[in-house]
Design a protein around this ligand. Structure first.
Ligand SMILES: NC(=O)c1ccc[n+]([C@@H]2O[C@H](COP(=O)([O-])OP(=O)(O)OC[C@H]3O[C@@H](n4cnc5c(N)ncnc54)[C@H](O)[C@@H]3O)[C@@H](O)[C@H]2O)c1
Length: 438
């Protein structure tokens, strides 16, 4: 689905009219490019995270000679802030430099999780960072993203995969997010462009849309993709699996025997799978009074119950190896709610509950479980929306445009990275900082 308004706004005449009338001005977002440089990056603050962060920045590909000298990213280590008066350090660092940040710039504030702070004053100041980052994301414009990363004490060395993701074009449509990183043994990949070499990734609902994009990105990152979808989507599924040189697996996830078939497939074909992405999902929209029982239960079964049943067998039969990754696709509808989607929003909020309720238990097996919550993504699902609802969804976010399936896929690839072991139990919105549920 093409965004005709954005195409118009980027044209010569369109740019003029958009400016004169003060209409939404969707910027061209910087997305992933192989070998893209990161710099220059300006780092401020003097907490416990400044030195480990500097060491990571030193490893990133530097800006090419003659490149734009404006900062591509601003990072502030706020972990040394222990009281509200010190929040002034945010103003002192960002005020002089914020207006010279490049388009599609990156802002990252690093802090300590308030719940782990040793005094109420410190917890208060650390919690305050959230309002700062979310506001900066909303006012910076021009495709800039802003995030807050809470790093637990002891997790200082576990931040690299997250910083690389947030600073790069991979996080183009992720903004206003709070990421929590806990202590973990970090498995640093030999090649950050191909961190998934030797890994097997199973992606459900991979015949089209976001699932197909996930299979493509995980393959680009080096994984072998097992593309799973219903038998009725067999032809499209085979095309995606062939394109990524992966494996096609036809299976209806709601079938009684689905978890058993999946477990047997993994055990016999791959011994274990390293990454499991629960992406398959359906909508059956109706206001509650007009919704029939089948519309309620089919959405709950596909979007939530099948994930619970599959996770149970993956963990109980140790099918994800020692450092497996489970990533579930939720939705902003599960956070904000949506008219006509009581069934869908229940299922997607349930996915968030599943991630939060099981993160501790899966960590004991060396696994992580996280969710992404997409906002408005340009797919067949959103193309089918009524025009006014679609335009609202597209523009009511800090990027003034819909995201692309690849934006969701890149976020999943970060969570699936072997170096993301400290990222567990997180729900990351891929919504361009949507106003809904913010
Ligand atoms: N498109 C968006 O804007 C958006 C926003 C938020 C969340 N999401 C979520 O992202 C995921 C992918 O969305 P999409 O837009 O690509 O949807 P889509 O309808 O294009 O693709 C979903 C895929 O899931 C498969 N599937 C459905 N039921 C299945 C079953 N029982 N067993 C196996 N496979 C099954 C379908 O055949 C289809 O190929 C869904 O979970 C959706 O709820 C999408």
């Amino acid at each position: 689905m093409t965004d005709r308004y954005a195409a118009f706004a980027h044209s010569g005449a369109g740019r003029f009219i958009v400016k004169r009338l003060g209409l939404p001005d969707p910027p061209k977002l910087r997305r992933y490019e192989s070998g893209a440089e990161f710099g220059p990056i300006t780092l401020g603050g003097s907490g416990r995270l400044a030195d480990p962060t500097r060491q990571i920045l030193d490893k990133l590909p530097p800006a090419a000679a003659g490149a734009d000298e404006r900062s591509a990213a601003l990072i502030f280590d706020a972990s040394g802030i222990t009281g509200s008066a010190q929040l002034r350090e945010l103003y002192d660092f960002f005020h002089p430099v914020i207006r010279s940040l490049r388009p599609s710039g990156r802002i990252v504030v690093l802090g300590s999780p308030p719940e782990l702070c040793t005094s109420a004053r410190e917890a208060t100041a650390q919690r305050a960072l959230e309002g700062f980052v979310r506001s900066l994301g909303k006012e910076a414009g021009r495709g800039t993203t802003a995030q807050l990363v809470y790093v637990a004490p002891g997790a200082e060395e576990a931040t690299e995969s997250t910083l690389r993701f947030l600073l790069s074009g991979r996080s183009a449509y992720v903004s206003g997010q709070v990421v929590r990183i806990g202590p973990a043994t970090v498995d640093v990949p030999d090649d950050w462009d191909q961190p998934l070499v030797g890994k097997t990734a199973i992606v459900t609902g991979a015949a089209r849309g976001i699932g197909a994009a996930i299979a493509r990105v995980l393959t680009r990152e080096g994984a072998h993709a097992v593309c799973l979808d219903v038998p009725a989507a067999g032809e499209e599924l085979a095309a995606v699996a062939n394109e990524v040189k992966g494996t096609a697996l036809q299976l209806d996830l709601t079938a009684e025997e689905a978890p058993r078939r999946l477990a047997d497939f993994i055990a016999t074909r791959h011994v274990h799978a390293d990454i499991f992405v629960h992406n398959a999902g359906i909508t059956r929209d109706k206001t509650l009074g007009r919704m029939d029982e089948g519309q309620w239960s089919s959405v709950l079964e596909v979007n939530l119950t099948s994930q619970e049943r599959i996770n149970d067998v993956l963990v109980a039969e140790n099918l994800l190896g020692g450092d497996g990754r489970i990533v579930s696709v939720s939705s902003v509808a599960g956070i904000a709610g949506n008219r006509g989607q009581t069934n869908y929003a229940t299922s997607k909020a349930g996915v968030i509950g599943l991630v939060q309720a099981t993160a501790g238990a899966v960590a004991e097996h060396g696994l992580t479980i996280n969710a992404v919550a997409p906002g408005f993504i340009e797919t067949k699902m959103t193309a089918a929306m009524p025009m006014f609802v679609r335009e609202g969804g597209r523009r009511l976010n800090s990027m003034a445009q819909g995201g692309l399936p690849v934006d969701v896929a890149e976020t999943i690839a970060w969570l699936a990275n072997p170096a993301s072991g400290g990222v567990n139990g997180n729900v990351v919105r891929v919504c361009g900082q949507s106003l809904l549920g913010a």
